[in-house]
Design a protein around this ligand. Structure first.
Ligand code: ATP
Ligand code: MG
Length: 547
């Protein structure tokens, strides 16, 4: 079912289809130089989304033109992430699949006197490029004949020159107001082993030359890219106008996703990984898709997030609350369980039962999900913060001589606070009210609060990772991001978890009152459980618009 999205790109596609366009073909073209992040998800949801809505198709195309930075590891990770998001692609294809064609088109430009071999160093090329207010200077090699250029370009390809000795440049206009049009480099020499073509090539095409040609060869109907490529569009068009291709896709730009409290660049994430600031590309604090997945984010939440942020041309940083809102919404139906993150022992002085079992549903609003059994005994754990000796006003939990209800269990009354020599509370001695059992309560007591608990006899000790934002600053930049790192972004606690949650095959849980958690996909085992907090329960955020 076509969703009723009305952003400017979908409007454009509808109008192209009305004008006779015979099918929508898009592509998602990542460079395999790192793992995908949530910014890429915006582009993925857009490209795959429009193709799905309009009955078209999407290529997953790897833009692998820089052998120094790219690897199969990154290709595999990207494939996994796009698949995880729930999309199916044509291909995958690789820019390197087209190296022969690209080379032939480069020779064509040379033959048409539209490209030349330039012996200036990269530094000289930069220095002679001019500025926004000053035209550039023409290269002394600009006047070489087509025959000489062809000869030199073939020698470049044959490996006769060292890296940097010369480049192939487009012959456009050194006085163009658009700096990208001042004889941009099309090919450079790189004696490096490519992850797919090995040592077959020692010259590699530049992005601006490669991308438009791949788009044309794949018959891309709408080449959707981010706004920083707007100034490259004239070059995209120039290349296709000056070679013999019979199809010329339109490039359409939209704004990049920025998110508060994170950076959004493979390069910067690589710095964090390589510098040991995080545990890897899938560190659950990272806004890589692999990191989000490990944190317990599900694909539906990412897609919902992308739907809500929409597609426009205005640059902004989305609030983190928007993402959290989508995570909570998606996890609302996750089974519920009880876990005590900071355990305080409670001994029920009058409890003499043994082997008592209480029934509890997996989800109070979804009884069809079935339930689990909670054991009950004379020694329990409650959350340390659910008891206060001198309670603040309106405190609804346990206090000396106060009472509270244990979720799905009994009402307890605190009779004695046992402290150690330092004055720290070691244990509470409480009385339980036998006739107050949940579901058959005849006690007529009305405790103000209900707290979660676990039975010390059966609870499973688990490592719980409480994850905070990776950055202290809402707007970390490439220049500041290192000093903006939040040094308290990972706090690990030893929790006590009800055994049914550990035994269940389900990875996602709401632990009552403490948040949504997931079993860590790397480190969790039934013998040594490890849970990550996906998101807390607190939700003061109310999105202004949208369904
Ligand atoms: P990075 O700096 O993270 O490497 P990139 O733009 O160089 O980003 P590519 O691998 O070239 O990454 O990106 C593939 C596609 O994803 C491109 O079409 C790019 O425009 C898009 N993309 C990347 N980052 C974002 C973002 N933050 N928001 C929207 N689209 C993005
Ligand atoms: Mg890039």
């Amino acid at each position: 079912m076509a969703e009723d999205l009305t952003d400017f790109i979908r409007q454009r596609i509808r109008s192209d289809l009305a004008d006779g366009l015979d099918g929508v073909v898009t592509r998602f073209p990542p460079e395999p130089n790192g793992y995908l992040h949530i910014g890429h998800a915006k582009s993925i949801c857009l490209n795959f989304g429009v193709a799905e809505e309009f009955g078209g198709k999407t290529y997953l195309r790897f833009d692998d033109t820089n052998p120094l930075k790219e690897s199969d590891e990154f290709v595999d990770a990207i494939v996994r992430d796009v698949e995880w998001l729930g999309f199916r692609w044509e291909g995958p294809t690789f820019a390197s699949d087209y190296f022969d064609e690209l080379y032939r088109f480069a020779e064509q430009l040379i033959e048409r006197d539209k490209a030349y071999v330039c012996d200036l160093s990269a530094e000289r090329i930069r220095a002679t490029r001019g500025t926004l207010t000053e035209p550039g200077t023409e290269s002394p090699w600009r006047g070489r004949s087509a025959a000489e250029n062809l000869h030199l370009f073939r020698r470049m390809k044959a490996g006769e020159f060292a890296d940097g000795a010369c480049v192939l440049r487009a012959k456009i206009d050194m006085a163009s107001p658009n700096l990208n049009m001042r004889d941009p480099v099309l090919y450079r020499i790189r004696h490096a082993t490519h992850h797919r073509t090995g040592d077959a090539w020692c010259i590699y095409p530049m992005y601006d030359f490669t991308h438009c040609i791949c788009d044309a060869l794949e018959g891309i109907s709408h080449s959707l890219c981010t706004l920083e490529f707007e100034d490259h569009r004239p070059l995209y068009d120039w290349v296709l106008d000056n070679i013999a291709v019979n199809y010329h896709p339109p490039q359409i730009e939209f704004s990049r996703l920025g998110l508060e409290y994170t950076v959004m660049s493979k390069r910067l994430f690589a710095t964090l990984v390589d510098g040991g600031h995080v545990g890897g590309w899938d560190d659950p604090r990272m806004s890589t898709l692999a990191g989000l997945r490990r944190r317990g984010v599900r694909p539906a939440a990412v897609r919902e997030f992308c739907r809500r942020i929409g597609v426009t041309k205005s640059e902004n940083r989305v609030e983190l609350e928007m993402l959290d809102f989508c995570l909570r919404k998606d996890l609302q139906t996750a089974p519920r369980a009880m876990a005590v993150l900071d355990p305080l022992r409670v001994v029920l002085v009058n409890y003499e039962g043994g082997g008592e079992v209480l029934a509890a549903p997996w989800h109070p609003q979804h009884l069809e999900r079935g339930g689990r059994e909670l054991t009950f005994s004379s020694t329990l754990y409650i959350e340390r913060e659910d008891f206060k000796e001198t309670p603040p006003r309106k405190y609804r939990r346990l206090t000396p001589n106060g009472m509270v209800r244990l979720r799905y269990g009994y009402i307890i009354v605190c009779e004695e606070v046992v402290k150690n020599a330092n004055g720290d509370i070691e244990e509470l001695r409480c009385r339980y009210v036998p006739e107050s059992k949940s579901g058959s309560d005849s006690s007529n007591l009305k405790p103000k609060g209900v707290i979660h608990w676990v039975d010390a006899a059966t609870a499973v000790a688990a490592e719980v990772r409480l994850l905070e934002r990776l950055f202290d600053s809402a707007n970390p930049t490439p220049a500041t991001f290192r000093s903006a790192l939040n040094t308290n972004s990972l706090r690990t606690v030893q929790a006590q978890v009800e055994p049914a949650a550990v035994a269940s095959a389900e990875p996602h849980f709401q632990f009552e009152r403490t948040g949504y958690f997931v079993k860590d996909e790397r480190d969790h085992s039934a013998a040594q459980p490890v849970f990550n907090r996906t998101v807390s329960l607190r939700d003061s955020y109310n999105p202004k618009a949208g369904p």
